[in-house]
Design a binder for this molecule. Structure first.
Ligand code: NAD
Length: 236
C-alpha cells in the first residue's frame, strides 16, 4: 500500500479503468459475482443483440429492474476517491466499463464510458438517442416517437465499442505513467486490453480487486480488498 501510494502520488499522468466491482458496495450487483443472476438468467444471455431480437420485452424487464436498482444506489467512497484523484492530477482520464452513472454522480468529470449509459435509450429504427431516467418505464418494451423499438444505449456482448470512446481510452493508456485498474474481472474485451497496452508502453500498473484476475500477474502491485475501503487509503 505504501509503495502504491507513492507511485500514485508521483505519477504525472494517470488513467483509471473501472469495472462493476467499484459499484458493488453501492449495492449494484456485478455480472459474475453474487446477485448477478436475474430470474435464473445469466447476464451473458440477456446482454446480447440476439437476446434482444428474440425477446425484447424480457431484455427490457431485466434493464428496467437494473435501472430501478441503480436509481436507489448512491456513489460510495471508492467513486468519491477517484473524483478526488482527478482533482489532484492535471493529466487524468477515468475509463469505465460501468453504465450506472455513479462516477459522474460522485463528481468525476473526465470520464470515458466504454460500454454506454443505462440511462440512455436508442431507437433501433431511426437511430435517435435520448436520455430517459424513468424507472420503472411506463411501457415495456419502450417505443420511439417514430414507432420503432427502443433499446438501451449500452454495448452488448459481441458489439463494437463507440469509436471515439475507444480511441480516447487507447490514447490515454498509451501515454499514462500509471494505470489504476479497479474492480474488473478483466475478461471483457477489448476493455481488458487497455492494461496490457499501458504496461507495454511503460506505465506502472496498480490493481484493486477482491480477487486475483488475469491482470494480477502483470501488475506492479495488486491490492486485495474492497474498492470503497482501499481507494481512500491509496490517496492518503
Ligand atoms: P465483472 O462482474 O466481470 O467483474 C467484477 C470484478 O469486480 C471481479 O473481478 C470482482 O472480484 C471484483 N469486485 C467485486 N466486488 C468488489 C469490490 N467491492 N471491490 C473491488 N473489486 C470487487 O465486471 P466487469 O469486469 O466490469 O465486466 C462486466 C461487464 O458488465 C462490463 O462490461 C460492464 O459494462 C457490465 N456491468 C456494469 C455494471 C455497472 O454499471 N455497475 C454492473 C454489472 C455489469
Amino acid at each position: 500500500m505504501q509503495q502504491a501510494r507513492k507511485w500514485l502520488r508521483d505519477a504525472a499522468s494517470v488513467v483509471v479503468l473501472t469495472g462493476a466491482g467499484i459499484s458493488a458496495e453501492s449495492g449494484v450487483p456485478t455480472f459474475r459475482g453474487p446477485g448477478g443472476l436475474w430470474r435464473n438468467y445469466r447476464p451473458e444471455d440477456l446482454a446480447t443483440p440476439e437476446a434482444f431480437a428474440r425477446d425484447p420485452e424480457l431484455v427490457w424487464q431485466w434493464y428496467d429492474w437494473r435501472r430501478a436498482l441503480i436509481r436507489r444506489a448512491q456513489p460510495n467512497e471508492g467513486h468519491r476517491a477517484l473524483a478526488e484523484l482527478e482533482r489532484r492530477k492535471e493529466k487524468f482520464l477515468l475509463v469505465t466499463q460501468n453504465v450506472d452513472g455513479l462516477h459522474e454522480r460522485a463528481g468525476s468529470r473526465r470520464v470515458v464510458k466504454l460500454h454506454g449509459d443505462i440511462w440512455r435509450v436508442r431507437c433501433t429504427a431511426c437511430g435517435a438517442a435520448d436520455r430517459d431516467e424513468r424507472a420503472p418505464l411506463p411501457q415495456l418494451p419502450p417505443r420511439c416517437r417514430c414507432g420503432g423499438l427502443l433499446r438501451p444505449d449500452v454495448v452488448w456482448f459481441g458489439e463494437p465499442l463507440p469509436d471515439s470512446a475507444w480511441r480516447q481510452a487507447e490514447a490515454a493508456a498509451r501515454s499514462a505513467e500509471l494505470m489504476l485498474v479497479v474492480g474488473t474481472s478483466a475478461l471483457v474485451y477489448p476493455a481488458a486490453e487497455l492494461a496490457p497496452l499501458a504496461r507495454g508502453a511503460g506505465a506502472r500498473l496498480i490493481e484493486v480487486n477482491l480477487e486475483e484476475t488475469p491482470l494480477s500477474a502483470l501488475s506492479d502491485c495488486s491490492l486485495r480488498g474492497k474498492a470503497a475501503e482501499l481507494l481512500p487509503r491509496l490517496l492518503e
